[in-house]
Design a protein around this ligand. Structure first.
Ligand code: SAM
Length: 237
């Protein structure tokens, strides 16, 4: 999957392809990252990318002209959707990540300051996406969140032991608790069933834990999901 990121801080976004799952995916050619800095399109000697807002008020606004040129150049190489990372956008969740993972490429537009000139949104943005109801200083961290979440779903990006199908939200539930050695940590023991070698019992325990945790922490997820008869029994036990 190809990511083209329009950003004033390419050095920040670059780190996403330097380590971990996304780093390995980049090395193996599963993802590619190219960045477009609006500053490279600024016409004046100071390479100005922001200006005062019409109507007054605090802060600066990212200028539309250099953003439009950067996006349009990115579009020449990436036919994917243009996604503006914005606190006003559609809240990101696993369902939206799965939907976007079907794209071959995506152009991520990162705002700074008070945001970007609204006409850029009207002219070139296909969707706005928020990573949560809080305000960041820029869209870069949000773009990196999206790149990471999308990469995890690409075939071959995760090793078997990291498989995305057992993660929270994949089947509409939170993940079960995990344990590793040592068997006793500060007096707390690993649940006996996990050491039993009985795979059916382990799977049952994990499902029960996942159901219970989801019910306690995120009951609305259970309401949105059709429980099977056996899951209902486990939850009621
Ligand atoms: N004035 C804007 C508002 O209140 O909607 C906030 C601007 S914010 C300081 C600067 C940039 O950070 C935004 O243009 C956007 O790209 C990014 N950003 C901030 N919060 C975000 C969030 N929750 N999700 C995605 N992007 C966000």
């Amino acid at each position: 999957m190809r990511f083209d990121v329009v950003t004033l801080f390419p050095e920040l976004v670059e780190t996403v392809v330097k380590c971990g799952v996304t780093g390995r995916a980049a090395e193996r050619g599963l993802i590619a990252l190219r960045q477009w800095n609006p500053r490279d399109y600024a016409a004046d000697v100071h390479r100005t990318v922001d200006d005062r807002p019409y109507g007054g008020g605090p802060g600066m606004v990212m200028k539309g002209d250099c953003l439009l040129q950067a996006i349009r150049d990115a579009r020449q190489e990436n036919p994917g959707k243009v996604v503006y990372l914005s606190p006003q956008g559609t809240p990101l969740n696993q369902a939206l990540v799965s939907e976007l993972a079907g794209e071959r490429g995506i152009i991520l537009l990162c705002g700074r300051y008070e945001g970007i000139d609204e006409r850029v949104v009207k002219l070139e943005v296909d969707m706005e996406c928020s990573i949560g109801d809080y305000v960041l200083s820029g869209g870069e961290l949000a773009a990196m969140v999206l790149i990471d979440a999308l990469t995890r779903l690409l075939p071959g990006a995760l090793g078997h032991h990291e498989s995305a199908v057992q993660d929270s939200f994949f089947d509409g539930l939170l993940d079960c608790p995990h344990y590793t050695r040592p068997e006793i940590l500060e007096g707390m023991e690993v649940p006996t069933v996990l050491k039993s070698g009985n795979h059916a019992e382990i799977a049952r325990w994990r499902k029960k834990q996942a159901l219970g945790k989801t019910w306690r922490r995120r009951p609305e997820l259970l309401q949105a999901r059709q429980l099977t008869d056996s899951e209902r029994v486990l939850l009621d036990e």
